[in-house]
Design a protein around this ligand. Structure first.
Ligand SMILES: NC(=O)c1ccc[n+]([C@@H]2O[C@H](COP(=O)([O-])OP(=O)(O)OC[C@H]3O[C@@H](n4cnc5c(N)ncnc54)[C@H](OP(=O)(O)O)[C@@H]3O)[C@@H](O)[C@H]2O)c1
Length: 277
């Protein structure tokens, strides 16, 4: 039985993808740069084989795709060398996938990568173009920022006595488990080119997200508006990273916070992974 290759399988989205695929009884080829120290295998009827892959160095690529009929390419380097990993790495992976006869290449991307001139987003857009130009049948699914990502950013700021934040930035965070679910659902439908984007249930300002986060953690630090000049900030303020007409995620920021930090929940987080439309 050929398998589903998940690149970036140790990451936020990749981990949820492996969970979901194993739960669905799939054979998963989970790729990481450190296959000797894999995370625990999730429960389910499927199976996981951890394999070594370094997209920046071009190591393990042919072997990774050799036994895969489908690739979900979730490896990325937002804080590292995105040119080497996201652009050149994606091109190398596509070449190998073509050679191996991969039937479906799913690529998660981000809402706003074509509009906001942020360097990581520009690299993601280049990678999207490579996916579209490749003869390998593909699906590109753009999603808004993950709750986990917003949580991580605010967690870093929370160490400061005062929280300087571009409070007017707009975001529409979504539960990454719902995005994993949507990607896995796409396997059954086959390659579909550019899919409708997926956003979280509501658009918020970063100030609103930070206030709710502060309350959920029982903190009292002042949030101070940080003016940020430039085209990138303008794009985030204008809501270019949101898709209010595709607010199809069901897990709110408040229920994510309640699940993570305790407190009341509307239980939507418990239903993550079961997208409704
Ligand atoms: N985060 C968000 O808010 C968000 C929103 C929308 C879409 N997305 C997209 O969703 C996808 C996954 O994002 P994420 O936030 O889940 O990523 P992440 O948590 O940062 O994980 C990145 C993964 O990439 C792997 N990786 C890094 N460098 C590599 C290399 N040189 N070769 C092979 N693998 C490498 C890492 O694996 P090892 O360290 O184990 O090798 C890790 O598992 C990306 O395409 C991202 O653009 C993210």
């Amino acid at each position: 039985m050929s398998g589903v290759l998940v690149t970036g399988a140790t990451g936020t989205l990749g981990d949820a993808l492996v969970d979901r695929l194993v739960g669905d009884g799939r054979r998963v080829l989970a790729a990481t740069r450190r296959p000797d120290d894999p995370p625990p295998t999730p429960e389910g009827d499927g199976a996981v084989e951890w394999i070594g892959l370094n997209l920046a160095e071009g190591r393990g690529i042919e072997a990774a795709v050799a036994d895969a009929n489908t690739v979900v390419h979730a490896a990325t380097a937002p804080r590292g060398d995105a040119e080497a990993v996201d652009v050149r790495g994606t091109e190398r992976l596509l070449d190998a996938a073509e050679g191996a006869g991969v039937e479906h290449f799913l690529y998660p991307s981000i809402v706003g990568v074509g509009e906001i001139p942020f360097s990581y987003y520009e690299r993601k857009r280049e990678a999207e173009r490579a996916v579209e130009a490749s003869p390998v049948p593909s699906t590109i699914l753009r999603a808004t920022q993950f709750h986990a990502f917003v949580d991580e950013i605010l967690g870093a700021v929370a160490r400061l006595p005062v929280w300087p934040l571009p409070t007017e930035f707009r975001a529409q965070p979504v539960d990454h488990r719902e995005i994993a679910g949507r990607l896995v659902d796409r396997l059954a439908g086959g390659p579909s080119g550019r899919a409708d984007p997926v956003g979280g249930p509501a658009v918020h300002t970063l100030g609103e997200l930070a206030s709710a986060y502060r309350e959920a953690r029982g903190l009292r630090r002042p949030i101070v508006r940080l003016p940020v000049p430039g085209a990138v900030a303008k794009g985030f303020r204008a809501g270019e990273a949101t898709c209010p007409d595709r607010a199809v995620g069901t897990v709110t920021w408040e229920s994510w916070l309640a699940e993570r930090y305790g407190g009341s929940t509307d239980s939507a987080a418990d239903r993550a992974g079961a997208p409704s439309r």
